[in-house]
Write a protein that binds this ligand. Structure first.
Ligand code: KG4
Ligand code: ZN
Length: 457
């Protein structure tokens, strides 16, 4: 793959959308931390060795500058964010050409693509921010969930950078980052709040009670909504260069959403879990029965053919979003029972950049006298800002690892968490419908943090 094509989006992300100045950066350089006082947050696997250094060291400073690195799936992203909330830079290199070629993410290819661009992406983020590594307070990096091969590239880069410049390192949960980036946007957004996280790999409904304290109200029992958008787009012969979601959103505007009666998933299950595998099958059958040839790109289709494809896109989107709406209604009910003071529903993750999704969820939220908080699209899809910001939130609480050694031994085993639940399941929300793959490699982020807090008391 040509490097130039991989880097095509590198400069397309606009400069920081929040006003900032870089005049005082030199003065912002933090005093060196005292590594010997710090204890690792992201200790490998065992709960007993995990501890939070909150009482030992609490960097409250509003002038922290954190580099965030994200490589959990197909986007190589880096950003520099200040703890005051200023985004100093944001760089994303996406693997559009690979997505088109394979119709999805192929882990080995994705790993290779990350490896090819990671150095340039990080360097570009530092350049755009007008800082060097010596100005940084810490490095934050996604350690899970995601594809191991891909996560490794980011973690390796983060540890190398942190090791060379004696910087603490913060391991970040990808889905927590999708939720917390809303607090960067909306500084009024206080815990507790609800979040619906909708991406290519995950559907999550959570109640966020505090930093690192999440109750999982619902999750996907099979495919996530983004996967359903992507496959529908592929089968309809749409242009996948920006991933399937935006292509479906666009085409659906031309179609009749009532023309095909797909059934809403999991109607009979009165819980907050999600399922999109069945809807995918319904869509595939509808496409097959209408003899749509995905080999013929939509741009070359006859007007009748285009109309049929648009009707399928619109009908799919309507039902996909109705499923979200139903689950959110119930989740709001549950969440208000647990935390009556909730005022906000955050909607984030790649699919949250969809205007139809936003508009419909806004109605649900308003009916329940809550407010919708949606980050701008560039912060909904995978990005380094959300990782840097989540790093800042944990860093302030004293949760981080000490700087890695400048030269890491060849056989060092990285702490990667490809399957890593965010919170503990809401007991009353369990349902027999859950055929969830149970293999848990790691305890949830929330249980790790709770265990460490108990250790301190
Ligand atoms: O959060 P994200 O960038 O990566 C993951 O963590 O998976 O989400 C990517 C997903 C893809 O499935 C993509 O098709 C979907 O988000 N997506 C959208 C839109 N933009 C991105 N889905 C529907 N409408 C959109 N406008
Ligand atoms: Zn994501």
């Amino acid at each position: 793959m040509a490097l130039s094509s991989t880097l095509s989006r590198l400069n397309l992300i606009p400069r920081p959308w929040l006003p900032y100045t870089v005049t005082t950066l030199r003065a912002l350089k933090l005093k060196p931390h005292k590594p010997q006082l710090l204890r690792p947050m992201w200790a490998p696997l065992t709960l007993s060795s995990f501890s939070v250094s909150a009482q030992i060291h609490r960097p409250q400073d509003d002038n922290l500058i954190v580099l965030g690195i994200e490589t959990s799936c197909d986007d190589t992203a880096a950003a520099v964010v200040r703890s005051s909330g200023e985004i100093l830079s944001q760089v994303v290199s996406s693997q559009a050409d690979l997505l088109v070629r394979y119709g999805g993410v192929a882990p080995k290819m994705a790993e290779e693509a990350h490896s090819q661009v990671i150095d340039q992406v990080v360097q570009e983020a530092l350049n755009q921010a007008n800082v060097s590594e010596t100005n940084l307070s810490a490095v934050a990096v996604t350690i899970g969930p995601g594809l191991s091969l891909c996560l490794r590239v980011g973690v390796q880069k983060a540890r190398k950078t942190a090791g060379s410049f004696n910087l603490p390192i913060i391991g970040v949960h990808h889905m927590e980052a999708h939720a917390l980036v809303a607090r960067l946007m909306e500084r009024e957004l206080q815990f507790p709040f609800m979040a619906l996280l909708i991406s290519g790999g995950h559907n999550l409904l959570i109640l966020a009670q505090g930093l690192g304290q999440y109750i999982q109200l619902g999750t996907s029992i099979d495919d996530a909504i983004g996967e359903a958008y992507d496959k529908t787009a592929k089968w309809l012969g749409l242009d996948m260069r920006r991933s399937g979601g935006p292509a479906i959103e666009e085409l659906a505007r031309e179609g009749d959403a009532e023309s095909i009666k797909f059934s809403i998933p999991m109607k009979q299950h009165k819980d907050c879990n999600f399922s999109y595998a069945g809807l995918k099958t319904q869509v595939r059958l509808a496409i097959e029965s209408r003899n749509i040839n995905a080999e013929i790109p939509i741009s070359c289709a006859s007007s009748q053919d285009r109309r049929t494809r648009a009707d399928i896109a619109a009908s799919f989107q309507r039902v996909a979003v109705l499923h979200l709406e139903e689950r959110c209604e119930r989740a709001i009910e549950w969440a208000l029972k647990i935390e009556p003071s909730i005022k906000h529903l955050v909607v984030s993750g790649g699919v949250a950049s969809n205007q139809y999704v936003r508009a419909h969820l806004d109605q649900v939220v308003k009916r329940n006298s809550l407010q919708l908080v949606c980050p701008p699209p560039s912060l909904c899809t995978d990005n380094g800002v959300m990782v840097a910001w989540t790093g800042i939130e944990h860093f302030r609480m004293g949760r981080f690892d000490p700087p890695p050694p400048a030269v890491e031994s060849e056989d060092f085993v990285y702490d990667l968490r490809p399957r890593w639940p965010l919170g503990e399941e809401y007991a009353e929300g369990r349902s027999e419908a859950r055929s969830l793959r149970k293999a848990r490699i790691h305890p949830s982020l929330t249980s790790i943090i709770q265990a460490s807090l108990q250790q301190q008391h």
